[in-house]
Design a protein around this ligand. Structure first.
Ligand code: UTP
Length: 278
């Protein structure tokens, strides 16, 4: 069954400059944990323990984060400070981590295609770590894995967004086949409010069947000259089936400063363990 999860992390994170000049945006801390760790924890919770990163220049801190730091660990061994490392040690022990590079920033579709080296010929999940997804019960990827077991086709997570924000997203049209689950009939990348086929926007969680790789290869650059995953998914939807799932839970857009601050406040108030507060 599903066991691999791909994290495309090659983006520049220009909206957080200068903070992201020498540091990946995925390493920005939400309180005490880097953003990317929340995504990896969500994948592990969903049973996806083979984690692959599609990286770019300046992303080495991500590799170092999911590796042992012998010097530091030796330094704090036997002291009260060891517990601060517990949650990342748990992650490192629960999963394997592999890396490949996207040589040129040619869009999310291309980043996913570069990930084929890590995925091979099986269905896999994709997480965009700048979308932080939280749910009190099963996480969003966990919910999608359950659906995949039933339907065995590509699934995108969607959320209803206000009209004035729709131009920032890929947007779907579809037929509701059961509550919160739609068979996709159309998909448009970053439409104007007038051209949007619905108010249901695709967020950074996908499950993809491996035929997507050939479809991406066939996809010419689209909006902004980038190879768009939505274009390849639309072809897949027309030839077979792609589902859109209105997930349970809350998403924070941590790729924007406002969303990042909102998420930080939420995590500090609701998730960060009081024992860790110093
Ligand atoms: P974004 O559109 O948020 O771009 O990419 P970005 O560079 O990360 O951030 P800004 O807009 O400059 O502030 C969405 C996701 O797709 C990945 C990014 O790393 C991010 O997780 N991505 C995008 C790639 O890995 N490669 C690409 O060519 C494009």
């Amino acid at each position: 069954m599903l066991k691999k999860c791909l994290f495309p992390v090659a983006g520049y994170g220009t909206r957080f400059l200068p903070a992201t000049k020498a540091m990946p945006k995925e390493m920005l801390p939400l309180v005490n944990k880097p953003l990317v760790q929340y995504g990896v924890e969500e994948a592990i919770e969903a049973g996806l323990t083979e984690i692959g990163f599609v990286t770019g220049r300046g992303k080495r801190a991500i590799e170092d984060h999911f590796d042992t730091n012998f010097e530091l660990e030796q330094q704090i061994a036997g002291t009260g400070k060891e517990r601060y490392l517990d949650c990342v040690r748990q992650v490192i022990d629960s999963a394997s981590f592999s890396y490949t590079r996207q040589g040129e920033m040619r869009g999310l579709g291309d980043a996913i295609l570069q990930g084929q080296r890590l995925i091979g010929d099986e269905a896999f999940a994709v997480v965009l770590a700048d979308d932080l997804c939280l749910n009190e019960e099963v996480g969003v990827l966990g919910q999608m894995v359950q659906l995949y077991k039933q339907f065995r086709c590509s699934i995108v997570a969607v959320e209803e967004v206000p009209k004035e924000q729709i131009h920032k997203f890929g947007v779907i049209a579809g037929n509701e086949i059961k509550p919160d689950l739609f068979q996709v009939t159309d998909m448009v990348e970053k439409p104007s409010a007038e051209d949007a086929p619905s108010n249901m926007a695709i967020i950074g969680r996908y499950i993809l069947t491996p035929d997507i790789f050939d479809l991406i290869r066939e996809t010419p650059p689209g909006k902004n000259g980038e190879v768009q995953i939505t274009d390849a998914l639309l072809t897949q939807a027309k030839r077979g089936c792609v589902l859109a799932y209105r997930f349970k839970g809350r998403r924070f857009d941590c790729g924007s400063v406002d969303g990042f601050i909102e998420a930080t406040n939420h995590v500090y108030k609701n998730i960060y363990l009081p024992g860790e507060k110093g």
